[in-house]
Design a protein around this ligand. Sequence first.
Ligand SMILES: Nc1ncnc2c1ncn2[C@@H]1O[C@H](COP(=O)(O)OP(=O)(O)OP(=O)(O)O)[C@@H](O)[C@H]1O
Ligand SMILES: [Mg+2]
Length: 200
Amino acid sequence: MLYLYKLDSMYICIEGIDGAGKTTQCKLLKDWLEENGCRTELIGEPTQSPIGRLIRRILNEPSLPDDDQQKILGLLFAADRLLLKDKIEKAKDEGTIIVSDRCFYSSMAYQEPEDWIIEINKFAIKPDIVIVLDINPENAQRRFEGLERFEDRSFLERVRKKYLRIAEENGFFIVDANRGVNIIQDDIRRIIAPYLGICR
Ligand SMILES: Nc1ncnc2c1ncn2[C@@H]1O[C@H](COP(=O)(O)OP(=O)(O)OP(=O)(O)O)[C@@H](O)[C@H]1O
Ligand SMILES: [Mg+2]
C-alpha cells in the first residue's frame, strides 16, 4: 500500500446522534491504534469536569429540548470544550493520537443558531478527521430500549439531517452505523489506516 503522507499525531472525532455507537466505536478504535503502536488518548464530550457534570444533569431531565435549553447547553458545551483545549494541544505536541467521542460538530448539529454556535466556539480546536456514524433514529432508539432515555424522535431526525449536511459541506467521512459493531469498526479503521501508515 502506498501512503501519500503519514501523520505522527492526529485528532480524530467520532460524531453522530444519540445511540449511533460513538462510545463503542471510540473504544475499539483506541484498542486497535494501541495494538499498532500508536500512543492514544480517549477524550469525550461532555467532559468529567464540573461543567460536564452540569451538562449531563440537564440532559438527564425528562423535558423536550426547547430553544432556550439548547442555547444554554450550547454555552455550557463551549465552556466545557475549552477545558479540553490544552489537553489536545499537549497530546498533539507529544505525538499522541486523540480519539474524541463528540466534539465541536455536536454543538453544530444539536444547538442553534449556527452562526452563534460558530462564534462561541471560535477558540475550540477542530479535529483533523471527523467520522459521522449515520444511523436511522428508530434503530438508534431501539438500542436504548428499557433504559430511561428521553430523546424525541423528530428532534433526532433533525439532528441527523444536520450531521449529513455538515458532513457534506466539510468533506467528513460518513459510515453507515445501522450495521453490526465489527463491520462499522472495520470501515473506521479502513478510513484511519492510511493517515497513520498502518498496514491492514
Ligand atoms: N452497531 C451496533 N449494533 C447494535 N447495538 C450497538 C451497536 N453499537 C453500539 N450498540 C449498543 O447500543 C447502545 C448505545 O451505544 P453507544 O453507547 O456506543 O452509543 P453512543 O453513540 O455513544 O450513544 P450516546 O450518544 O448516548 O452516548 C449500547 O448499549 C451499545 O452496546
Ligand atoms: Mg456515548
